[in-house]
Structure formats: structure tokens, C-alpha cells
Design a binder for this molecule. Structure first.
Ligand SMILES: NC(=O)c1ccc[n+]([C@@H]2O[C@H](COP(=O)([O-])OP(=O)(O)OC[C@H]3O[C@@H](n4cnc5c(N)ncnc54)[C@H](O)[C@@H]3O)[C@@H](O)[C@H]2O)c1
Ligand SMILES: [Zn+2]
Ligand SMILES: [Zn+2]
Length: 349
């Protein structure tokens, strides 16, 4: 089968990939569509260290093809959106509703694939850039069949991360002010999360002025090409600042733009050894800096919720899909993403 493999030097669309059958508690999914998130590119440029060779992709949707022993919540033919959390369901963190903190869901990449007989790793317990993948039962979440697959795919990372960061981590309240730095696939979902939460002023900042129209479509009340003008709009600062790029100078700007009791939420992935600084005195007035993995999501609850909000017209998904590409055109999808021509590019199989 076809798949996108990074071998440590280059990315290639290969045709001789195989995936093993689902074992007990696993699901085999035929991928229909998968979004290209910046985190896939971060594996290739070394920002996210990952063992190679690896099948990329972690934002996908597809059709259940087979289930392993003991799997009863989905059956062949069901449409599913895939989460990246292979959480165990039996530890204290899972039990208290923090599957993103489950230690079994971090690290320890499996190797369900082979290429010409040699094992190939699975990225983010997922590897959606393959015709088929095997995931844990808990990662395959049934969605209504009327949601187009390219739209459904984006729930699995961009929506869970962006909307989740607003609703679950920051807990943005009605009337709060929100700053979103970087309006790519993640930032746009932070914007629409802030709109859903009832934020009053939602300021989007992106270095690419071409992002203004889509940022406003997703909920921005204001758009700026840099954070320089934020104090003109909100002189006392913002209640919540989301960094959605992964650059230390933007982390600093997020912290410096906080109002009293404000919080900076860090979503961007900076290189593993990058350090950021802040004025200790600037934190004095009850301010906080929050990390956020995967929108602090609970996929069993959140994916059906987002699917329903989409059907009610309250969550935009179709508008995130600027372009679809057959998987063979992976290079073109990367070029368009890097040039900022797309909200999200989606590969189809
Ligand atoms: N925390 C998590 O769980 C999680 C999950 C998914 C992605 N991520 C990370 O989130 C980040 C964003 O991912 P994405 O897929 O939205 O990326 P993207 O490439 O789609 O978007 C990045 C955006 O940032 C803008 N930008 C770049 N430099 C800027 C600057 N100096 N000032 C303002 N804007 C700037 C770009 O124009 C672009 O619109 C990445 O670092 C990614 O790895 C984190
Ligand atoms: Zn992602
Ligand atoms: Zn667990």
C-alpha cells in the first residue's frame, strides 16, 4: 500500500508499505483523508525528534476495515476520526479525565508497519499518511457518515488542539479578551474556540497578511501583522494569549501582553532545547504560563461534541480545508503549507 515515509534524510511516497493485522483491542482503519499539520514537518526538520523510518501523519479520518478481539464500540464500515492518544484507560490520569497525561500515551512508538521487510515506526500512535493504519480501540471514534472525510480528518489534531486549548485548558469565559499569535491550522481553531466560548475581543496576529480574511471568518474581531498594535486595541492587555507558532520571541510577547490575572497558553512546538525568558516581576499580578498538550482533550467526549457543533453550523470544518491532494502530491502539499497558501492542506487516499 501507499504511504508517506521519512527515513531520516528524505520524505518519500512509497508503494511497498504493509501494516499488520489488528491485535486484541486494536482497530484497522482504511484512511480516507489526512491533514498536513506543522508537527509532521517538525519531525522532518528535527524540531520534534522521532525514531526513523516513520510513517508521518496524525490528523486523519477513515473507515473501519477490521477490529481485533474484544473491540465492540466500532465495527467494519463505521466512519471514524482518529485521535493520537493511545491512552491506557486504566491509570490514575486516565481515571481522572486527563488522557493527554497518560504515561502510556507518550513515547514508546510502535512499529506496526513494514517496508520491504524492515519495521517502520508509527508517528503519534497514528500515521494517518498511509492507506491503512492500526490504532488502539480508544483512538477510533465513530463520527456521523454525513461529515465529509477531509473535514472530519481535521478534528483529530487541529480542532482537538485549538478548540480544546480554549475550552479545556484556558477555560475562556464569556466576555474575555483573547490574543491568538499564528493563524495556521491550530490558530484558526483557537479563534473559533474563542468565538464558541463567547470571548468579546478576539485579536489575531499573523506575519502573513494573506491570513486576514480566514482569521476573521473563524472568529477574529481584529487582525494585525505583528503584536505591536495589540496595546492600541487593548491598552491593559489580554486575558488569554495563545502562542501557535513555536518561536521563543513570540512566547515572550504573549507573556508581555497579558492583563492582570492573564494567562499565556503555549501551543507552538519550539525546538527541544529552546529556552524562553520573561521578567519575573511581570508575573506578579496573578499571571500564568500554561503548557498544553493536544488541547488537554478527552477525545471520547470532544470528538462527538465537535462533530455535533459542526452539524449545527457552530464549528467550521469545511472552511479549514483549502485544498485536497492525492497522496502522491505530498511535496506540493508541503510547498503550499510552507508558503502559507492554505489553512489546511488535506491528503486523500
Ligand atoms: N501543543 C500541541 O499539542 C500541538 C498540536 C499540533 C500542533 N502543534 C504546533 O502548533 C504550531 C502551529 O501548527 P500549525 O499546523 O497551525 O502550523 P501552520 O504552519 O499551519 O501555521 C503557522 C502560522 O504561523 C504564522 N507565523 C509564522 N511566523 C510568525 C511570526 N513570527 N509571527 C506571527 N505569525 C507567524 C504563519 O504565517 C502561519 O499562518 C506548530 O509549532 C505545531 O508543531 C502543537
Ligand atoms: Zn498536529
Ligand atoms: Zn492511562
Amino acid at each position: 500500500m501507499r504511504g508517506v515515509v521519512y527515513d531520516g534524510k528524505r520524505v518519500e511516497v512509497v508503494e511497498d508499505l504493509d501494516v499488520r493485522d489488528p491485535g486484541p483491542g486494536e482497530v484497522l482503519v482504511a484512511i480516507s483523508a489526512a491533514g498536513l499539520c506543522h508537527s509532521d514537518l517538525a519531525v522532518v526538520d528535527g524540531t520534534i525528534p522521532f525514531p526513523v523510518p516513520v510513517v508521518l501523519g496524525h490528523e486523519g479520518a477513515g473507515v473501519v476495515e477490521a477490529v481485533g478481539a474484544g473491540v465492540t464500540h466500532v465495527s467494519p464500515g463505521d466512519h471514524v476520526s482518529l485521535s493520537t492518544l493511545a491512552n491506557c484507560g486504566t491509570c490514575a490520569d486516565c481515571d481522572r479525565g486527563r488522557p493527554t497525561m497518560c504515561r502510556k500515551a507518550i513515547g514508546r512508538p510502535g512499529q506496526p508497519f513494514t517496508q520491504a521487510g524492515r519495521p517502520v515506526h508509527q508517528f503519534a500512535s497514528n500515521s494517518a499518511f498511509a492507506e491503512r493504519t492500526v490504532v488502539k480501540a480508544v483512538q477510533a471514534i465513530r463520527i456521523p457518515k454525513d461529515i465529509p472525510m477531509p473535514s472530519a480528518a481535521l478534528i483529530g489534531c487541529g480542532v482537538l488542539t485549538g478548540v480544546g486549548a480554549v475550552l479545556n485548558r484556558a477555560r475562556v469565559d464569556r466576555g474575555d479578551s483573547v490574543l491568538v499569535i499564528g493563524t495556521g491550522g491550530i490558530g484558526l481553531n483557537v479563534l473559533q474556540g474563542a468565538r464558541i466560548a463567547g470571548a468579546s475581543r478576539i485579536v489575531a496576529v499573523d506575519a502573513n497578511p494573506g491570513k486576514e480574511a480566514v482569521a476573521r471568518q473563524f472568529g477574529a474581531t481584529d487582525f494585525l501583522a505583528s503584536t505591536d498594535g495589540v496595546r492600541d486595541l487593548l491598552p491593559t492587555g489580554v486575558d488569554h494569549a495563545f502562542e501557535c507558532v513555536g518561536r521563543v520571541e513570540l512566547v515572550r510577547q504573549a507573556v508581555d501582553l497579558l492583563d492582570r490575572h492573564g494567562q499565556a497558553v503555549l501551543l507552538g512546538t519550539a525546538p527541544a532545547t529552546a529556552e524562553a525568558s520573561f521578567l519575573v516581576s511581570s508575573m506578579f499580578l496573578d499571571k500564568s504560563i500554561l503548557g498544553c498538550r493536544y488541547g488537554s482533550s478527552r477525545p471520547q467526549r470532544d470528538i462527538p461534541l465537535y462533530a455535533e457543533l459542526y452539524r449545527q453550523g457552530r464549528l467550521l470544518l469545511d472552511e479549514l480545508v483549502t485544498e485536497t491532494y492525492p497522496v502522491e502530491d505530498f511535496e506540493k502539499a508541503v510547498g503550499d503549507a510552507e508558503a502559507g497558501r492554505v489553512a489546511r492542506g488535506v491528503l486523500t487516499f
